[in-house]
Ligand binder design. Structure first.
Ligand SMILES: Cc1cc2nc3c(=O)[nH]c(=O)nc-3n(C[C@H](O)[C@H](O)[C@H](O)COP(=O)(O)O)c2cc1C
Length: 201
């Protein structure tokens, strides 16, 4: 029996109607096509309390249910997608706070894909910074990454932003394929047979 890789996606924008979360919604569709099982944690909708150092590695000590839940989901996940808006040349504070709720024991050896959104392509700094954090958590960032800018989105009436630029969607597909492929190679043996469609380019 094969199992689908579980992918925990974390959107690091504190804003409702965020571009960052919109990219992850599109990414979740790609991951399903690739044979994975994505779960999106939007930090705007599900904010976490400020991390407490005394609870590091012991999330059961938190009073807030969300703070106990994220580490459990991370432990169960086979792979991750971390996404953030560019804030002053780096990833957002709310994403860093969420990552500080985790520890290497829950991420060690697991693949991570990185996504950034900003006013221009200098938002690549988000991915550069997150690679350092991923390494500190003993996880493995895949080389493929996606940086989006406002022109990559449509704004349908009554809805939030939607990722529509063909080049960005292609790139997102590459990122999702790379992540799923690595999860199947490095993860639980039962995932090895998952039909992942095309191989990464
Ligand atoms: C505090 C703050 C700092 C920002 N710094 C940058 C920046 O350094 N580079 C950039 O491209 N955009 C910057 N922006 C713009 C955001 O990246 C932009 O508003 C983006 O749309 C936010 O993503 P979201 O729609 O997912 O919330 C900044 C925005 C805020 C609120």
């Amino acid at each position: 029996m094969t199992v689908r890789p579980q992918v925990l996606m974390i959107s690091g924008s504190p804003r409702n109607g965020s571009h960052t979360a919109a990219v992850l919604r599109a990414g979740a569709n790609c991951l399903v096509e690739e044979g994975a099982d994505p779960l999106l944690w939007d930090l705007a909708a599900h904010p976490l309390p400020v991390v407490e150092a005394e609870c590091h590695g012991r999330p059961e000590r938190y009073g807030a249910a969300l703070a106990r839940k994220l580490p459990l989901l991370a432990a169960r996940a086979d792979a991750f997608v971390l996404a953030s808006p560019a804030y002053h040349g780096a990833y957002s504070g709310v994403l860093k706070n969420a990552l500080d709720h985790l520890d290497a024991g829950r991420l060690r050896g697991k693949p991570v894909a990185l996504v950034a959104h900003g006013e221009n392509l200098s938002a690549v700094q988000v991915c550069d910074g997150l690679r350092t954090v991923v390494r500190a958590l003993r996880a493995v960032a895949v080389p493929e990454q996606l940086v989006t800018v406002p022109g990559d989105f449509a704004h349908p009436a009554g809805g939030g932003p939607e990722l529509v630029a063909p080049a960005a969607l292609d790139r997102l597909g590459d990122v999702c394929r790379a992540l799923t492929s690595m999860a199947c190679r490095t993860g639980r043996p039962a995932m090895a047979g998952v039909d992942r469609g095309r191989s990464p380019q």
